[in-house]
Write a protein that binds this ligand. Structure first.
Ligand code: ADE
Length: 337
């Protein structure tokens, strides 16, 4: 059964610094310009109509700022936000408890909303569309139904897997927005901003070095900045220099494209065990001992973004760029992509 503590305030996230570094206003949110422009229109129009904004769905790889956006939207629309996550909503009772605890105009943020229980999802349809839930009490011929009226709320869903959101659920969002990887100069701006907040002195070359290895992802940029700061405090005098940054990131085994040993293992497996591919997800998962979901949600988006792998209808293929990056000579007969 759902309890109040299942609604997570952001401050409860694993790292207390996360909430310090997260921008709380549009003015401080760097990047995702199209999404921001779109959202501002939706929010301003809703404000003028004195209605809660439409339900919104954000999708894209982890760490790009979906949760941060939800909190900014709440702030900008003067709404309370209740945050929860798909895996917590297992049974219909869990969802009913969450929905009936909402107040008029609240924002309900559901992270990982592709993981909401399959039978629970249907209750969301009428909740989103008509602000009602139709509960079925009991079983068989004695079953009774009960309509529960809900306050007008805005659901903001976030997912790394749009493909797992069913068509009926998708169709109930007023807008579906994709978050893309950031531009390198945006990641640099985020690192400078975070360094300022954390009161760390950092050389410009160190900023670009960290940015290069951050997988075009703010969460990773901030994590690396903090790790490099640790090195600077132990090995140097606190200032993040180019030299200390290179040492720290090499120690962390993050290469100049932001690849970690597990990314390289994945690429090497495609190249060495499957002669460059195409290889199906199941076979790749078995050969690397990585979960299929991890391949789909963590590795592939970035490796594809860099052009190191390509997905075809027959499976994944390592590109010539991947061979070059790993310094492996390509001796396959069929042409590479
Ligand atoms: N920290 C994490 N994401 C950010 C963003 N998009 N802009 C500024 N700081 C951030």
């Amino acid at each position: 059964m759902f309890v109040k503590s299942d609604i997570l305030p952001l401050e409860n996230s694993d790292d207390p610094l996360d909430s310090t570094l997260r921008p709380k206003k549009w003015a401080n949110y760097i990047g995702q310009e199209r999404v921001k422009r779109n959202l501002r229109v939706i929010i301003e129009a809703a404000k003028k109509r004195r209605e809660p904004p439409d339900h919104l769905l954000f999708y894209g790889p982890a760490g790009l700022g979906k949760t941060t956006l939800a909190h900014i939207i709440a702030q900008e629309s003067n709404a309370n936000i209740r945050a929860t996550s798909g895996p917590i909503i297992e049974k219909s009772g869990d969802l009913v408890a969450i929905l009936t605890n909402l107040n008029e105009g609240d924002i309900l943020f559901i992270d990982e909303c592709h993981r909401i229980g399959r039978f629970v999802e249907e209750y969301l349809y009428s909740a989103m569309e008509d602000f009602k839930i139709n509960l079925i009490l009991g079983k068989g011929p004695m079953a009774k139904t009960m309509d529960i009226e809900l306050p007008h709320f805005t659901l903001i869903g976030a997912t790394t897997r749009l493909d797992l959101i069913s068509a009926p659920l998708r169709s109930r969002f007023g807008a579906i927005m994709q978050l893309n990887f950031y531009e390198p100069d945006e990641i640099e701006q985020i690192i400078r901003r975070s360094a300022k907040i954390l009161d760390i002195e950092i050389e410009e070359k160190a900023v670009s070095e960290i940015a290069k290895r951050s997988r075009l992802t703010p969460r990773i940029a901030n994590k690396l900045l903090k790790r490099v700061r640790d090195f600077a405090q132990i090995e140097g005098e606190g200032k993040i220099t180019e030299d200390i940054t290179a040492k720290a990131l090499n120690f962390l085994e993050i290469d100049n494209l932001g690849l970690e040993p597990s990314d390289k293992k994945l690429l090497e497996t495609i190249i060495k065990k499957f002669n460059g591919g195409p290889v199906g997800l199941q076979a790749l998962s078995a050969a690397t001992s990585e979960e299929q979901n991890a391949i789909l949600e963590i590795y592939e988006p970035y490796l594809t973004q860099l052009g190191l792998i390509k997905r075809t209808h027959k499976g994944r293929i390592a590109t010539e760029t991947a061979y070059n990056h790993l310094k492996i000579k390509c001796d396959r007969q069929e042409p590479l992509l």
